[in-house]
Design a protein around this ligand. Structure first.
Ligand code: NAP
Length: 405
């Protein structure tokens, strides 16, 4: 007879007794009701569970016990902390995890920024906690119950309080150190494609140094390096579609491998359970490379509109974006211009390690040409806003107008 105690974050403490039944491959489980430290209530109901409902984390030996058929109202037994949950990718990751019964701790800075996350999971499954990246105690509170921590924190521009170093290196290292000290089984750290210590971009430099710092603190970390992500709330396709002019640097020759945010979120969800991803680096980018000119062509095809294309010399673009930096809200920064001049390269990790891709996770990434319409459609004229997508693919035929009566 084996006695296991499962502490389920804020909800309740439960005691499970496993009895191996003779001649039965499954494991019979007596489920005892809610307890406090002093009282143990009598069983409320009986439930059958099987051997595969018990997962033992290889690294820490922690038991993870799931129950229910596996949907939103089930319990996967995992508790995940998602730093950076209030960002673009964060909402998809939280939603994917919570959908399968994982309890998700969502550390936030602004009270309103995490409201939309609450409904992504069942009652009590999304647990929010206020935090400051510089405050170790806050980070301890956020990770101490979790068996996996995702660090999606990142920023495309520097602010008065947070430089790239403070966010991508010091902050990331602090989280990794605390995870190690508290015995968290898994850490998944978000870097960026093209991260390189010698990169002309400060953002990519700091991401590379961040990877090194995190690896030093938590050698088993799984590093994820996505290309430019696109989706409804992105800062990539939305920017390229919004103006009446098509502005570009480097004559539009820079090559990008855009990746759908849903694919990246699915990859992160798979990493929750797949322990072959431990100590690995993943480069998650689209299957094809497109120059900016080609991306503009695709956008124009979807919008059924030809915009004037203007190449802005890099020094002028840098000067303009330096002025834009004085605006009270962030827009294009010199850092963005620098990154628009760097073609996506893939195939090697920072320390020369072999990198894995979507294929290693069994994911076939969505095609950019076919799915860009979901983001770009909103920039169409209302005359053909409802024009249907071509059969099975998102692309629309140029010059073909559909009129609704
Ligand atoms: N989007 C892309 O195309 C792309 C490409 C390559 C790599 N990445 C990396 O992928 C990760 C997720 O990207 P994303 O597009 O979802 O980023 P995002 O939308 O900019 O969200 C960033 C998240 O980090 C948090 N954050 C930023 N600075 C912070 C600080 N000083 N203290 C605490 N939290 C802070 C933000 O919290 P608040 O909401 O409170 O500000 C937000 O939740 C990032 O690490 C990013 O660098 C993204």
């Amino acid at each position: 007879m084996l006695l296991a105690i499962n502490y389920n974050y804020t909800v309740y403490l439960e005691v499970l007794v496993f009895e191996v039944l003779e001649g039965d491959a499954s494991v019979g489980v007596g489920h005892f009701g809610v307890i406090t430290c002093k009282t143990i209530c009598v069983p409320i109901y009986n439930q059958k569970r099987f051997a595969h409902d018990l997962i033992i984390r290889k690294k820490t030996g922690k038991p993870i016990i799931k129950y229910g058929p596996g949907g939103r109202s089930s319990v996967s037994g995992h508790i995940a902390t998602v730093f950076g949950c209030t960002g673009f990718l964060g909402r998809y990751v939280v939603s994917k995890l919570a959908k399968h019964g994982t309890q998700v701790v969502v550390p936030y800075r602004d009270e309103d920024s995490k409201r939309h996350l609450k409904v992504t999971g069942d009652l009590g499954q999304i647990v929010s906690t206020e935090f400051d990246l510089r405050n170790e105690q806050n980070i301890i509170e956020a990770v101490r119950h979790s068996d996996i921590v995702y660090n999606l924190i990142g920023r495309d521009y520097e602010t008065k309080n947070f430089t790239f170093e403070k966010v991508h290196i010091e902050g990331a290292e602090r989280i990794a150190k605390i995870c190690k000290e508290l015995g968290v089984s898994r850490l998944v750290h978000m870097s960026a494609l093209n991260a390189d210590v010698n990169s002309p971009s400060k953002f990519l430099q700091s991401k590379a140094l961040g990877e090194i710092a995190v690896k030093k603190q938590f050698p088993d970390v799984t590093i994820v390096r996505p290309g430019y992500m696109y989706g409804s709330e992105d800062r990539f396709l939305n920017r390229l579609s919004v103006f009446s002019y098509e502005l570009m640097v480097n004559h539009g020759e820079t090559l990008f491998r855009p990746v759908n945010v849903l694919d990246v979120a699915t990859a992160l969800e798979i990493m929750l359970k797949d322990e072959t991803t431990i100590s690995s680096t993943y480069e998650l980018c689209g299957t094809k490379a497109f120059s900016i000119e080609e991306i503009y062509d695709i956008i124009d095809d979807i919008m059924l509109r030809k915009r004037t294309r203007i190449n802005v010399p890099k020094p002028i673009a840098l000067a303009i974006t330096k002025l834009l930096a004085y605006l009270p809200w962030p827009y294009l920064t010199p850092e963005d211009i620098e990154r628009y001049c760097i073609s996506d390269k893939s195939g090697k990790g920072i320390m020369g390690e072999i990198v894995k891709t979507f294929g290693d996770l069994g994911i076939q990434p969505l095609e950019f040409e076919d799915t860009a319409i979901h983001v770009v459609r909103r920039f169409r004229s209302n005359i053909y806003f409802n024009q249907p997508m071509d059969k099975n693919v998102g692309r629309v035929k140029k010059g073909v107008y559909y009129v609704e009566y």
